[in-house]
Write a protein that binds this ligand. Structure first.
Ligand code: ADP
Ligand code: MN
Length: 177
């Protein structure tokens, strides 16, 4: 899926982070304001049958990453997408103009997991995922520092603020020439 960001008229944004940090809530709110296209990668893979069984740790299907990348190629080339997923290492670096990592305090996140009815195992593994900053490390390994932004997502006020920050960034974005 190699591509040059200058081909895009609107930016592609990845929103990632530990499950429960608010990726889908944030991406949906941002899509509503900006009219960018929200792609929930897990839902997309399910709808298109691009899955390989259930991942009990992340509470979602294992997606077939190659098939998902191929299926999204045209949309990503066009630009104007908000991609919402808890992993990021399989998307080519050139896909994104901005990579957002949502971070939630582990005790706040723990309460969200309880509300979601997570098993002890899932509670522990997802809480550890946040504490050890697994997603942030994955992002740092795969994307240049200057496109990465870390945003706190502890409260609804944070979501409002984050959507404002990202909306303003999107409206100021222009294609690289
Ligand atoms: P993710 O897509 O990262 O798994 P969701 O957007 O589905 O997270 O949010 C999980 C739950 O946590 C939802 O019930 C949502 O309302 C709540 N939530 C997410 N982010 C926040 C936040 N910043 N403040 C308060 N509640 C939040
Ligand atoms: Mn989600």
């Amino acid at each position: 899926m190699a591509q040059n960001s200058s081909c895009r008229k609107r930016p592609n944004i990845l929103i990632t982070g530990t499950p429960g940090t608010g990726k889908t809530t944030t991406a949906a709110a941002l899509a509503e304001v900006t009219e960018l296209h929200h792609i929930n990668v897990g839902d997309f893979a399910n709808e298109e049958n691009l899955t390989n069984g259930w991942d009990d740790t992340f509470d979602s299907y294992y997606i077939n990453e190659d098939l998902v990348c191929d299926a999204l190629e045209n949309l990503m080339e066009e630009g104007g997408n908000i991609v919402d997923h808890h992993a990021c290492d399989f998307f080519p670096e050139c896909c994104f103009d901005r990579v957002v990592v949502l971070q939630t305090d582990s005790s706040v996140l723990y309460d969200r997991f309880i509300k979601r009815g997570y098993s002890d195992h899932k509670l522990a593994s997802n809480t550890e995922c946040q504490i050890f900053q697994v997603l942030l490390e994955e992002v740092k390994e795969n994307y240049p520092d200057d496109i990465v932004i870390i945003l706190k997502s502890d409260s609804l006020e944070d979501i409002t603020k984050n959507v404002e920050t990202l909306t303003s960034w999107i409206s100021n974005w222009s294609p690289v020439v």
